[in-house]
Design a protein around this ligand. Sequence first.
Ligand code: LLP
Length: 417
Amino acid sequence: MSAFQHQKGSLHCEDVPLEAIAKTHGTPTYVYSREAIESAFLAYQTALADRPHLICYAVKANSNLAVLNVLAGLGAGFDVVSAGELERVIAAGGAADKVVFSGVGKTRQEMQSALEHGIRCFNVESESELLALAEVAEQSGHIAPISVRVNPDVDAGTHPYISTGLRENKFGVDAGTARRLYQVAREQPALNAVGIDCHIGSQILDIAPFLESLDCLLSLIDGLAADGINLQHLDIGGGLGVSYEASAPAISDYMAVLSERLGSRGLELILEPGRSIVALAGALITTVQYLKPSEAKNFAIVDAAMNDLLRPSLYNAWQDIQAVTPREGKSLDWDIVGPICETGDFLGKDRTLALSEGDLLAVMGSGAYGFAMASNYNTRPRAAEVLVSGDSAQLIGKRESLNDLWQREIIPENLAR
Ligand code: LLP
């Protein structure tokens, strides 16, 4: 059941009316359902109960400390892509030894900090990175646990900006290079090869490309075993899509298929899901400021914009937009747009709604890559964030104040000529 339901004519998150949240915290505000986050995470856990596994939530999808804390409480591991994300995980009560560190451009400082925290694994993406890590680990007296990210060259059938498993993408190394890198790692006393990984993209609505990648990794694992290199885990990455519009496979179905293909292998299975845990648990609520109907187009200008939710502008992504309190009256087709000075600033196009100025709208499916990608473009403060659990709604992210926005800026003395 969806975390967002109309009750008595008004959209609620769990048992809290969104109207009440808007009244208390203003708009634009992100609202997340704790129950929805937990049940998506538990769908992975439960389906894999019979085999060794670790679900490393991809922090980039929604990195609010309270969200991370909820997941840490369920025993989640975390997939991070920067020292900043690692520090967030620690600040939120997550365990460093359940963290995998992905990304093509880890700096030496980031490696050092991750080694000091004692993370679970570095997902290495190139030979240069492997050698840099060996050096940093050796100099600081650590042994770095590593996995090589394989680019299996499969077409995930998703948006080109978020497809990562094709040969021409910057991520990972091809299978032949991966096999060689494990030999290189074996020669390095400060490296310990513990796993293998891949991540082929995001918002993937078909299970077949995941299986293709799994087969690629399994055959590499067998080849490496023949070379005398025995790995303990296989990390299949994140990427399962959600039903923004077209329907997505259920987490349990995906897990069942993976599990079947892994058969009796004793490998630990690691996953790095982000979107499928938080996307549908969140909505962005916004107020209609002005209606601007015209012969060519009807615009509803709202108080949220591309700086709050970038996905529609950046990927032409479609997310459902609902009236929080649907009204009687004539529906028109509206483009729901923000106040930012760009034609690309829209949250949705051609949405059939009966609207009046002052109405509240909810942009559904905004829990992943929503607030996390927000910016201060046009000197707009970032939105508030609220976590709902049952009938309680708690502020988990304060709306930025204008003063916050230029705190870090400096007018040097003598700047004026
Ligand atoms: N692991 C790695 C190494 C990743 O790069 C990503 C996402 C994930 C896991 C999590 O993937 P998920 O389960 O969330 O699909 N901003 C885009 C999505 C970018 C995804 C980047 N990498 C969007 O709003 O659609």
